[in-house]
Design a binder for this molecule. Structure first.
Ligand code: NAD
Length: 357
């Protein structure tokens, strides 16, 4: 049986002091549970809504609740600031914190338009701080396992990647999101675009996108999409999502497929199905190079939420410790993912294929 290498590489030094900005849903449901599992050291938390910060601090035994962002940035115990606030707040937080010279991890999306994202990166570069985006699907265990099969040469030449997502997403739980003119790609499929870049290690040359919603649904932006990315040679990647599959679990599907000349792998992303309960993840693959002529199911430890959240912060800590030159999801790299996001909106608006340089 082959070994699958899919766990995040942990930093040699794990006791960097983490200061968290934002005590909302994602910090409570994913950041803090993941950091607790990994044994990372959270020293303090700040939220504009102090009560929320206090509740989170009590629940996760964080001993310091800051009264301001400046107090967080000024705490000498904090070496890494973990930001999880609405995207529209990111630039302001970065401007307030970057001068303190601490590393930053910022939730996706880095910004809601490319110009603000680029400005945010400029501020970070001016202050010469290491900064990464929490684009954690790259560390989803099945995504890493696919990449490992590719690295081992078991899939041959990969020519097709597909994300087929047919689920019932309760957008109403995020009322603020339903009011945005850009919803699905900027807040959801951004994960798939970043994952496709990670898996292929290549940038697409052209992109076509179509976005729409369900008849009568009161969202301002798109809630279902088709994204098609053309790369050099025969490689293509497709993202197809419909978040309005509301006829029970039986009709739902949530799948990443990676197909090559010698083999294929299929990851079921159970988290998105039967929301919010989810169903079990799955992972199966086949390869002619293993000579077995059959599909193999593998049990992977961990899931997208919360386990993958160990990945981006570990990569940032490794860069802080000089183990790697830059975090894997460095803000500069993330601009390339955002360029695809906004190329998708240009394609939708103009109804045409967008060429990418
Ligand atoms: N990576 C993922 O898969 C994932 C999943 C969910 C959310 N997110 C992202 O994480 C971010 C937060 O999402 P959430 O679901 O936790 O939202 P949320 O609304 O539950 O929490 C946001 C928190 O930020 C606080 N806040 C707002 N502005 C602030 C500021 N300037 N300074 C300090 N605190 C401030 C709010 O009081 C609130 O407690 C969003 O950008 C979202 O896109 C990412």
């Amino acid at each position: 049986m082959i070994e699958l290498n899919y766990q995040p590489v942990l930093p040699a030094k794990r006791d960097y002091g983490i200061g968290i900005c934002g005590a909302g849903g994602i910090v409570n449901d994913a950041h803090l549970p993941a950091y607790r599992k990994a044994g990372f050291r959270v020293v303090g938390i700040y939220d504009r809504d102090r009560e929320k910060a206090q509740r989170t601090a009590a629940h996760f035994e964080i001993d310091k609740v800051y009264s301001s962002l400046e107090e967080l940035a000024g705490d000498p115990r904090v070496q890494l600031v973990d930001v999880a606030v609405p995207a529209t707040e990111n630039l302001g937080v970065v401007e307030a914190v970057a001068g303190a010279g601490k590393a930053l991890l910022i939730q996706k999306p880095l910004a809601e338009n490319l110009e603000t994202a680029r400005r945010t990166v400029q501020v970070l570069e001016r202050h010469q701080v290491l900064a990464a985006v929490n684009q954690q699907m790259r560390w989803e265990p099945g995504v890493r396992a696919c990449r490992d099969l590719m690295d081992q040469g078991l899939l041959g030449e990969v020519f097709n990647i597909a994300l087929l997502i047919f689920v019932d997403t309760p957008w109403h739980l995020w009322g603020w999101l339903k009011q945005k003119p850009t919803i699905e790609v900027l807040y959801h499929s951004i994960h798939y675009l970043d994952t496709i870049r990670f898996l292929t290690g290549a940038e697409p040359r052209r992109l076509y996108a179509d976005g729409s919603t369900c008849p009568g649904y009161d969202a301002k932006g798109e809630t279902r999409v088709c994204l098609h990315l053309g790369f050099a040679g025969e490689l293509r990647a497709t993202v197809l999502t419909n978040h309005h599959v509301a006829f029970g679990l039986e009709g739902q599907q949530s799948e990443l497929r990676v197909e090559g000349t010698e083999g294929a792998a299929i990851r079921r992303l159970g988290l998105l199905m039967n929301y919010p309960k989810g169903v079990a993840d799955g992972f199966r693959f086949t390869s002619r190079r293993l000579g077995m002529g059959q599909w193999i199911s593998a049990e992977l430890e961990g899931s997208w939420f919360p386990d993958a959240f160990v990945g981006p912060i570990s990569s940032l800590m490794r860069a802080m410790g000089g183990e790697i030159a830059a975090p894997e999801t460095a803000v500069q790299d993330n601009l390339k993912t955002l360029e695809l996001v906004f190329a998708a909106y240009a394609s939708m608006r103009e109804g045409r294929v967008v060429g990418l340089s």
